[in-house]
Design a protein around this ligand. Structure first.
Ligand SMILES: [Zn+2]
Length: 243
C-alpha cells in the first residue's frame, strides 16, 4: 500500500523561470535568512506560495465522473478553512490547476510552478479513487503541494533513523531508483524553506515510514488528516488580507 503514498512533487523544468514566476506572484517568496545580525539571501532558495486571497481555478484534464470531481473538491476545500485562498472548480481543463485522474500515480507541481506547465499538460496527477481508503489523505497531500508545501519527512529537523540500504531495496523492488528515493525521501529541505516551523510527524505532508525502513523502533503511520500544525502553517502562509 505504501507505494501509493509515494508522491513525487515534480521539480520545475526551468529554475530561472520558476524563480521569476514565484517572485512575480509574491515578492516575499524570495527568502532571506538572518545571519550574524545581517539579513542575507538564502542562495538558490525561494518558496512558491501564492498571493494570499488569490483565486485558483481548478479543472479536470480528462473525463472524470461528476461524483469523483465533487469528492476531490470537498476534500481539497478543507485547506481553505485555514488558508486564505479561493478554489474555483471550473468545467473543462482551462484552469490554473489541471488534474489528471486517469493515471496510476499521484503527484503535483509545487505552488506557483503550476504556472509554468504547458496548457497542454496536467499540473497534478490524482489517480486514487474515492472508494480507496487513502483517497482523503492523497487529495489533501497533493493539494498541500498546490499550496506550495513540501514533504515533511524532509524537514531539516526530521532526524528519521532511516535504514538506507533497506529503504533503497524496498523501493527498488517497486521500480523506484535511488535518485528518486533521495529526491523524495532523504534529501533535506533547506532550513530557510522550513520557515522556523517545528518538525511534525503528524503532518499530511509526511510519508508513512515503515518499521523495516528504519533502524531501531521508529515508524510513522499513515496520516489521514490535516494536523494542527498543518492548519497553523496554512494560516501563517496565507493570512487574511487586511485592507
Ligand atoms: Zn508529496
Amino acid at each position: 500500500m505504501c507505494d501509493l503514498l509515494f508522491c513525487k512533487p515534480l521539480p520545475a523544468i526551468d529554475f530561472e523561470a520558476s524563480h521569476r514566476i514565484a517572485l512575480a506572484e509574491r515578492p516575499d517568496n524570495a527568502l532571506h535568512v538572518s545571519a550574524g545580525g545581517r539579513s542575507k539571501r538564502a542562495v538558490g532558495q525561494f518558496s512558491k506560495f501564492w498571493a494570499p486571497g488569490r483565486t485558483l481555478t481548478i479543472g479536470f484534464f480528462n473525463d472524470t465522473p461528476t461524483e469523483h470531481k465533487a469528492a476531490i473538491e470537498k476534500v481539497a476545500r478543507q485547506w481553505l478553512r485555514s488558508a486564505n485562498l479561493k478554489f474555483d472548480f471550473v468545467d473543462g481543463a482551462f484552469a490554473d490547476i489541471r488534474i489528471y485522474t486517469g493515471g496510476d500515480d499521484n503527484h503535483s507541481h509545487v505552488g506557483t510552478d503550476a504556472l509554468l506547465v504547458s496548457p497542454m499538460d496536467a499540473t497534478m496527477a490524482l489517480s486514487t479513487k474515492p472508494d480507496d481508503p487513502l483517497f482523503g489523505r492523497t487529495v489533501l497531500h497533493e493539494f498541500g503541494h498546490v499550496l506550495g508545501l513540501l514533504h515533511e519527512h524532509q524537514h531539516p529537523k526530521a532526524n528519521i533513523p532511516w535504514d538506507i540500504p533497506e529503504l533503497y531495496a524496498y523501493f527498488a523492488a517497486k521500480g523506484i531508483d535511488r535518485q528518486t528515493v533521495d529526491l523524495n525521501l532523504l534529501d533535506k529541505t533547506d532550513k530557510a524553506l522550513a520557515k522556523g516551523t517545528a518538525y511534525d510527524r503528524t503532518s499530511i505532508m509526511h510519508y508513512a515510514v515503515l518499521q523495516e525502513q528504519t533502524v531501531g523502533d521508529w515508524e510513522v503511520g499513515i496520516n489521514h488528516t490535516l494536523s494542527r500544525r498543518d492548519r497553523a502553517f496554512a494560516r501563517r502562509i496565507y493570512p487574511k488580507v487586511i485592507a
